[in-house]
Design a protein around this ligand. Structure first.
Ligand SMILES: [Ca+2]
Ligand SMILES: [Ca+2]
Ligand SMILES: [Ca+2]
Ligand SMILES: [Ca+2]
Length: 285
């Protein structure tokens, strides 16, 4: 049975202990973890380093566990000794790297490397830790220091390539980091509906197309030497051109139609006739 006097002694002891405890709390420092990030504004896919500095204050803190939650869908490229095989069934989108010292804890800085994803935005790191002295703390202290990294948007312009000739359409654009499907970096296709029409293609006469995208338009064919009223080309290869060749066929001079000597060898012959024949019927106007 505890007497009155002993009760006073106990209360005094409790009071003294409380004062002593408050004094200790007010003067001692807690162990802590601080984060530093090598770069907080990055390009898509850029690799940065994240350092976690563990500072031991009470010498009794011989144990600690540090968890840093990094942005989901980012990729750890070097774990710096941490464990990334953390699974949290209740939080499936949580990505965590964990560092643990189970005995003889000392001040340590851990550095891991992480690759940003390619989607523009601001991403957050969050973390917690526990030491011996914080094990019974219902809410673990957050890791202090910078916690946000901004990924810049991709501004490279790509051009639609509807006809898949690898030359893009200047008026059909999108912005991305790398060329999306159906887009290319070129913007020099003058007709994105025809795969045979693009820079470098062979120009074909009188087909109503600027086949090589030269801007020079659609050239006339050599066989166009006459029209229905005379010796004037009319952007049609037809009977008038054939007739003109016939009128001068075999001549070496005195041509009715000077254009009839298409090959320029001073003789209207089968080779001139071939020029009319191979493009006969072309008449785009
Ligand atoms: Ca194209
Ligand atoms: Ca084309
Ligand atoms: Ca053409
Ligand atoms: Ca003609």
């Amino acid at each position: 049975m505890i007497g009155f006097g002993s009760g006073n002694i106990n209360r005094n002891l409790l009071l003294c202990s409380s004062i002593a405890f408050l004094l200790i709390i007010s003067t001692c420092q807690a162990s802590s973890v601080t984060r530093s990030i090598s770069k907080t504004s990055v390009s898509p896919g850029e690799v940065i380093s994240v350092s976690l500095t563990v500072s031991i204050a009470p010498t009794s803190d011989t144990y600690y566990a540090v968890e840093d939650t990094y942005p989901f869908n980012w990729t750890i490229t070097n774990n710096g000794g941490g464990d990334t095989n953390q699974t949290y069934p209740s939080s499936p989108n949580r990505s965590v790297i964990k560092f643990v010292m189970i005995d003889n804890a000392v001040d340590t800085t851990y550095t891991y490397m992480i690759k940003a994803n390619s989607t523009a935005g601001t991403y957050t790191f969050s973390g917690q830790y526990e030491f011996n002295s914080t094990l019974l703390n219902p809410i673990s202290p957050p890791i202090s220091g910078p916690s946000q990294v901004t990924v810049a948007g991709c501004t490279q312009i790509f051009y639609g390539d509807a006809d898949s000739d690898t030359y893009g359409n200047l008026s059909n654009t999108t912005q991305a980091c790398t060329a999306p499907s159906g887009y290319v970096s070129s913007n020099t296709d003058c007709d994105d509906t025809k795969s045979a029409v693009h820079p470098g293609a062979t120009e074909i006469c009188l087909n109503a197309l600027d086949d090589d995208c030269s801007g020079a338009g659609d050239p006339d064919c050599p066989g166009d030497i006459a029209n229905s009223t005379g010796n004037t080309p009319d952007r049609c290869i037809d009977m008038f051109d054939l007739t003109a060749i016939g009128h001068d066929f075999g001549k070496t001079s005195g041509f009715i139609n000077p254009r009839a000597d298409i090959t320029g060898n001073s003789l209207v012959d089968i080779y001139d006739l071939v020029y009319v024949g191979k493009d006969f019927g072309k008449c785009p106007g």
